[in-house]
Design a protein around this ligand. Structure first.
Ligand SMILES: O=C(O)c1ccccc1NCC(=O)[C@H](O)[C@H](O)COP(=O)(O)O
Length: 243
C-alpha cells in the first residue's frame, strides 16, 4: 500500500464554496477544468475566485484538453495554479514548450501531469510516449490513467466515434495496470476513471497506485459536488492506506 500521504484529487470543482468546503476535507489537490465542452468547465474569472477559496497546501490543478501553450500559461499565471494537467492528445514536445515558455516569461515552473485514456491495449502507448519524453530530457510529475470511452453517434454520413476526454464515470482496465511501475518507474501513477467511495478500495488494492482522482463519482450532478461523497471518498482512501 502507498504511504499515508497518498495523493487524492477531487476534480472539477466549479464554485468557491465547493472549493472551500472540499479543501477542509484534506485532499491533496483540487482540479479546475478549462475544457469548454466539459460540464465542469470554469472561466478564468471563476478560476481566480475558486483559487482564493482553496486552502493553502492543497494543490490547484488546471485540466486542459488540446489547449495552446500560451493559453495554458496565461491561466496558470492568472489563476495561480500549481499544476497543468494535459488531458487531451498533447504530444510529448508540448512539455518542452511549456518549460521554455514559462522560463522565458519568468514564471515559476508548473508541475505537469499527463492523462492517458487506457483501453484493452493496456500501457503500450503510455510506454512509447514516456520514452519520447525521456528522449527530450523530461519526465512528468504525475501520470493519470483514465478510462478510454468513445461515444458512437450516428448521422446520415454513417457512424462516428467521439472521444470522451474525461469525466466519463467509466473505469479504466485495472488488471492491465498492475505492472505500471516497470513502465512509469519513478513517475507517480494517479488512477482515475469512475472511482467512487464504494469502489476505490478495490481499485487501490488491485492497482496499488500512488494516488487516486475522481470527478463524477462524488457529484450530485455534473459539476455539482456532493460534500458527503467527497468526505467518504477521502476518508475511505486514508483508511485503506492506514490499514
Ligand atoms: O471531468 C471532466 O468533465 C473532464 C472533461 C475533459 C477532460 C478531463 C476531465 N476531467 C479530468 C479528470 O481528472 C477526471 O477526474 C477524470 O477524467 C475522471 O473522471 P470520472 O470518471 O468522472 O471520475
Amino acid at each position: 500500500m502507498p504511504d499515508l500521504s497518498t495523493f487524492v484529487k477531487i476534480c472539477g470543482v466549479t464554485t468557491p464554496t465547493q472549493a472551500a468546503a472540499i479543501s477542509q476535507l484534506g485532499p491533496t489537490a483540487l482540479g479546475l477544468n478549462f475544457y469548454r465542452r466539459s460540464p465542469r468547465c470554469v472561466t478564468l474569472e471563476q478560476a481566480c475566485e475558486i483559487r482564493t477559496a482553496i486552502t493553502p497546501g492543497v494543490l490547484a490543478v488546471g485540466v486542459f484538453v488540446n489547449e495552446t501553450v500560451d493559453s495554458m500559461l496565461t491561466i496558470f499565471k492568472e489563476a495561480q495554479l500549481d499544476v497543468i494537467q494535459l488531458h487531451g492528445d498533447e504530444p510529448a514536445h508540448v512539455v518542452t514548450q511549456i518549460r521554455e515558455e514559462a522560463r522565458s516569461q519568468g514564471l515559476p515552473q508548473p508541475g505537469i501531469y499527463r492523462a492517458f485514456r487506457v483501453g484493452e491495449e493496456g500501457l503500450v502507448d503510455v510506454s512509447k510516449h514516456l520514452e519520447e519524453l525521456s528522449q527530450l530530457g523530461f519526465q512528468y510529475d504525475g501520470v493519470l490513467i483514465d478510462a478510454r470511452v468513445t461515444k458512437i453517434s450516428s448521422s446520415n454520413q454513417g457512424q462516428a466515434g467521439e472521444t470522451i476526454y474525461g469525466g466519463s464515470g467509466h473505469q479504466a482496465p485495472w488488471p492491465l495496470l498492475i505492472g505500471w511501475r516497470e513502465i512509469l518507474r519513478q513517475t507517480p501513477l494517479y488512477l482515475a476513471g469512475g472511482l467512487t467511495p464504494a469502489n476505490v478500495e478495490e481499485a487501490m488494492r488491485t492497482v496499488h497506485p500512488t494516488g487516486v482522482d475522481t470527478a463524477s463519482g462524488v457529484e450530485v450532478s455534473p459539476g455539482v459536488k456532493d460534500l458527503a461523497l467527497c468526505r467518504q471518498f477521502i476518508e475511505r482512501v486514508r483508511a485503506i492506506v492506514a490499514s
